[in-house]
Design a protein around this ligand. Structure first.
Ligand code: GLC
Length: 629
């Protein structure tokens, strides 16, 4: 028996040993094909991996062509074939002003974006594109989108929290079309109202632009990866609003101390808020084009200010550099530009940059730095995990909730400049006469960058004109007569005359010598004046206009800037449903000869000073608009 027991024990020991051996062997080999696959999944495709690791892993896998493709941004309209998105490994596409799919509907935009994205993901490494657009006062290229007041009006609100709300609403509408990047906010500090882009500035003093960088948080959210967040762009680096004579794309001839005092501060705030991209200005600083300015781009913006996002050129901005095209490419990339808004001949750009790298005139380290910056933002946006449109946001485009925010912004942007004998607020039972070219025109009240690059007059997108707002507000049975040229005012209690500018954008809005009223407006004002009916003038314009010789006959005067689609907000102020709180973001010149005139000038005698704005006597009641929450 003893022998038998010894045999059984030794067998058990042998079995145990075999079991241990088998376990050890199994643990040393992958458990399944899946496990095998997991161990070979690239780090850059692992959402749990730290983003710097994902970037490094992906960069190491990329060819020079793939890297240069990431730095290349054509306009959608310049694609020779959509397949070029893959064959040139394009990292970004843009829609310049008015570059829209047909039909111009939110769904068509989202379908276009998803189609492009699918092509990008078909490449060897499957790097998603990032799509950029000028959503500068709402998703303004898209028919039916909410159009918010342009920046000059937002600056008049002096309300950073409201501007953050505007940013969030804009981001949701942009995200609803798939697009993940807006070329906004413009942080230019407009020092000369002759500049056609004055309305894209929050005001003449950097204090306003600094405060309004809350829009970056609105656009980007607390994290770029959160749904509905899009990448923001601080633009145009730097000094675009300070050119001599207000010449668009001109020369900013000031000391470095002035540049640092007036034009750089808003970028510091935007960088502190995590702005993901910066766009370079067409303008020059003391004769040197910003697109080739290594000191300001690499040493100051990226070095001293610690900007870790990526730098994008303006539209064909590198072409303005002195020298031939290879020199343009070499100078711009070596100056620190990471992505080039080509926007047309991307074939030439990619080939030229490849030649420069192969010739050693553009270091590969510069290419890697640019691509690293671009990829980092794509990973932070979650584009590798969620590359397609989040269609849950498409319904927010032009939504009542967003329009309510825009209406609130309009109300808060209006600046009451004159109110003789408290003619304002108007009675809702008064017999109202309305006149002027900007009273019943959505296009004019929206301004440039609306549907088309330059904007246009007429019924260009759904919204409420100022006249419609007035008609919506008066008591039932009240008379509201409208005549564009002012004929027929007699017999009414008050005439509301809505004058100002027609739409324009960029240099096409430069006014080198005349900022007075146009003849159309002068004729209308004279016609109404002859009727003897008291006048309230509402100015819809992208900047102050010279009104010194006309204003004496106006009982009331409101600056409404470029309110966008929600003209109801103007009527809210006219009838006292909102007491005006707006403050001038610009000094209002008395005469052409005073321009440029800015707060802090040694001699300062404007018609209305920077920061000026009246309100109604406290006896007037007003109803705060129900929160759009
Ligand atoms: C324009 C503008 C810039 C805009 C870009 C793309 O020329 O200067 O603000 O973002 O091109 O449309």
């Amino acid at each position: 028996m003893a022998v038998q027991r010894r045999t059984i024990r030794s067998q058990r020991l042998l079995n145990a040993a075999i079991l241990v051996l088998v376990m050890l062997t199994l643990s040393a080999v992958p458990r399944s094909r899946h496990a095998d696959a997991q161990s070979t999944t690239p780090i850059y495709k692992d959402p749990a991996a730290p983003i710097p690791n994902r970037v490094a892993d992906l960069l190491a896998r990329m060819t020079l062509e793939e890297k240069i493709g990431q730095m290349t941004q054509p306009d959608r309209g310049s694609l020779s074939a959509e397949a070029d998105i893959a064959s040139y490994y394009l990292g970004s596409i843009l829609s310049g002003g008015g570059s829209a799919p047909t039909p111009n509907t939110p769904t068509a935009w989202a379908d276009m974006y998803d189609r492009y994205q699918g092509i990008a993901l078909s490449t060897r490494l499957g790097i998603p594109i990032i799509y950029g657009i000028d959503a500068v006062h709402g998703h303004n290229n898209v028919y039916g989108a909410t159009i918010f007041p342009h920046n000059i009006g937002l600056g008049a609100t002096r309300n950073p929290a409201l501007i953050q709300q505007v940013g969030r609403a804009t981001a949701e509408e942009v995200a609803g079309t798939g697009i993940d990047w807006t070329f906004a906010p413009c942080l230019c500090v407009a020092r000369n109202e002759r500049w056609g882009r004055t309305y894209e500035s929050y005001g003449e003093d950097p204090e306003i632009a600094r405060a309004m960088t809350t829009i970056v948080t609105g656009l980007q959210g607390t994290s770029l990866s959160q749904p509905g967040s899009i990448l923001a762009t601080a633009k145009h680096w730097v000094g675009d609003g300070g050119t001599t004579g207000g010449d668009d794309q001109g020369n900013t001839q000031i000391s470095e101390a002035e540049l640092r005092r007036l034009h750089i501060p808003p970028y510091i705030d935007a960088i502190q808020k995590g702005v993901g991209s910066v766009m370079i200005s067409y303008s020059s600083w003391n004769g040197q084009k910003l697109h080739g300015h290594k000191y300001l781009i690499t040493d100051v913006l990226k070095g001293e200010l610690g900007f870790s996002g990526f730098v994008v050129s303006d539209w064909a901005g590198i072409d303005q550099l002195p020298g031939d095209y290879p020199s343009d490419v070499r100078t711009a990339i070596n100056a620190g530009i990471d992505m080039v808004m080509v926007p047309h001949n991307y074939q030439l750009f990619t080939g030229t940059l490849r030649n420069e790298v192969n010739a050693g005139t553009v270091p590969l380290s510069r290419i890697d730095d640019a691509v690293r910056r671009i990829l980092t933002k794509k990973f932070e946006l979650g584009l590798f995990e969620r590359p397609y449109t989040d269609r849950s946001y498409t319904a927010t485009i032009g939504s009542a909730a967003h329009r309510a925010i825009a209406r609130d912004a309009v109300r808060q942007s209006l600046v009451l400049l004159k109110n003789t004998n408290n003619i304002l607020p108007l009675s809702k039972n008064a017999r109202i006469f309305v006149a002027g070219k900007n009273a019943d025109d959505i296009g004019n009240q929206s301004g440039g960058w609306t549907i088309a690059w330059q904007g246009s007059s007429g019924n260009i997108t759904p919204g409420t004109t100022i006249l419609q707002g007035i008609r919506n507000t008066v008591a039932p049975g009240t008379t509201v007569t409208y005549n564009r040229t002012g004929r027929g005012a007699a017999g009414h209690d008050v005439a509301v005359v809505v004058i100002g500018e027609k739409p324009y954008a960029e240099g096409q809005g430069d006014q080198p010598s005349y900022l007075g009223l146009d003849q159309d407006d002068k004729n209308t004002l004279n016609t109404v004046k002859r009727s003897g009916v008291p006048m309230v003038v509402v100015m819809v314009s992208g900047r102050p206009q010279i009104v010194s010789s006309e204003i004496a006959s106006w009982r009331g005067f409101i600056a409404a800037w470029l309110p966008g689609t929600e003209g109801q907000g103007v009527a809210d102020v006219l009838f006292g449903d909102y007491r005006p709180t707006g403050k001038l973001p610009h000094s209002w010149p008395r005469a052409e000869t005073q321009i440029p005139i800015n707060i802090g000038d040694a001699t300062y005698d404007p018609l209305f000073p920077y920061g000026f704005g009246l309100t109604y006597p406290s006896l007037q009641t007003y109803m705060p608009l129900k929160s759009s929450k």
